[in-house]
Write a protein that binds this ligand. Structure first.
Ligand code: FAD
Length: 310
């Protein structure tokens, strides 16, 4: 069996595997797609101490760093079920989609999350070419430009307030007839001179010139009239979904489906840890996921050295 089996090969999982392998304990990392969300990213300018990188380059760097150590890398494999140990010190089992099962003394869950998409024409074609999902990451790329934020919940309104500081103009588009964000955020948003709020609006298409986004279309849900907004960027803020469907019933999840962890990455099951975007820890960022992965790895090591000798 593995001493530590990491499920997920994004920044959190890679950091966890590096930390445990450096302890000289038997480490495996299983990933549906090594690199995770980073593989879908273009410019990355907030990985502290690395002023500029991009997704493919960072994935290659993560891969190279993990391979410096004796880590069993199982890429393109999907975990389908976790069977946690029933007795203290017992083995946990991770069942893969292909039916195989892996056993481990500790497990670190780092299966990340995915941004909910609008699923409208043009969204895929212009992803990273004007269609963005992370204002902390990509906001500064739109300095002085016009953007839209799709979604009037807390994350959408926070994004609009944040972006209004940086960009020339923000159009906030909400599907419902009212915004759903906290009142204090809505008041702040309403006080900003360069923000326009459009409610009862359904985004129908992302337009571009073949290279970059130049407009979006929406349908007024009250009148059915179509409208076009000229702009350079669209931030989609309609939800971040944790990849925990496969863990339902095996481990405590928050109402939003995130794995509940304490400040050492412990989950509800002894010997099972979690890190990164999949957890309840706020602010989903690469540098935070790496820190959480390192924390979970050290906590797993702490757990292992306290187990009775075999
Ligand atoms: P992820 O990166 O989501 O990795 C999850 C891993 O788990 C993947 O390997 C996946 O294949 C695997 N997995 C999932 N389910 C299973 C399963 N059942 N079995 C096996 N493996 C599974 N952050 C920044 O700090 N700066 C940026 O500039 C930035 N830009 C971004 C741009 C885009 C377009 C996106 C989508 C995100 C961006 N982010 C950015 C956010 C950042 O990518 C995430 O916070 C970070 O990748 C989270 O790392 P993670 O390891 O927790 O999860």
């Amino acid at each position: 069996p593995f001493d530590v089996l990491v499920i997920g090969g994004g920044p959190a999982g890679a950091a966890a595997a590096i930390y445990t392998a450096r302890k000289g304990i038997r480490t495996g990392i299983l990933a549906e797609r090594f690199g995770g969300q980073v593989a879908d990213t273009m410019a990355i300018e907030n990985l502290v101490s690395v002023p500029h990188t991009d997704g493919p380059k960072l994935v290659a760097d993560l891969d190279r760093h993990v391979r410096e150590y004796d880590v069993d890398i199982m890429n393109l494999q999907r975990a389908a079920r976790l069977v946690a140990a029933t007795a203290e010190g017992g083995l946990h089992e991770v069942v893969l989609e292909n039916g195989a099962a892996l056993k481990a003394r500790t497990v670190i869950l780092s299966t990340g999350a995915r941004w909910r998409q609008m699923n409208v024409p043009g969204e895929d074609a212009y992803r990273n070419k004007g269609v963005a999902y992370c204002p902390h990451c990509d906001g500064p790329l739109y300095k002085g430009k016009r953007v839209a934020v799709i979604g009037g919940g807390n994350s959408g309104v926070e994004a609009a307030i944040d972006l209004a500081n940086i960009v020339a103009h923000v159009t906030l588009i909400e599907y419902d007839s009212t915004l759903r964000a906290d009142a204090v955020l809505q008041r702040k948003l309403a006080s900003l001179p360069n923000v326009r709020i459009i409610t009862s609006a359904s985004t129908t298409e992302v337009h571009g010139d073949g290279e970059k986004v130049n407009a979006l279309s929406y349908r007024d849900r009250n009148t059915d009239a179509m409208h076009r907004v000229d702009l350079e960027g669209i931030f989609v803020q309609i939800g971040l979904v944790p990849n925990t469907e496969w863990l339902a019933g095996a481990i405590a999840l928050s109402p939003r489906g995130e794995i509940e962890v304490d400040d050492r990455g412990h989950t509800s099951q002894p010997g099972v840890f979690a890190a990164g975007d999949v957890t309840t820890v706020p602010f989903k960022q690469i540098v935070i996921a790496m820190g959480e992965g390192s924390t979970a790895a050290l906590a797993a090591f702490d757990h292992l050295i306290r187990l009775p000798a075999e």
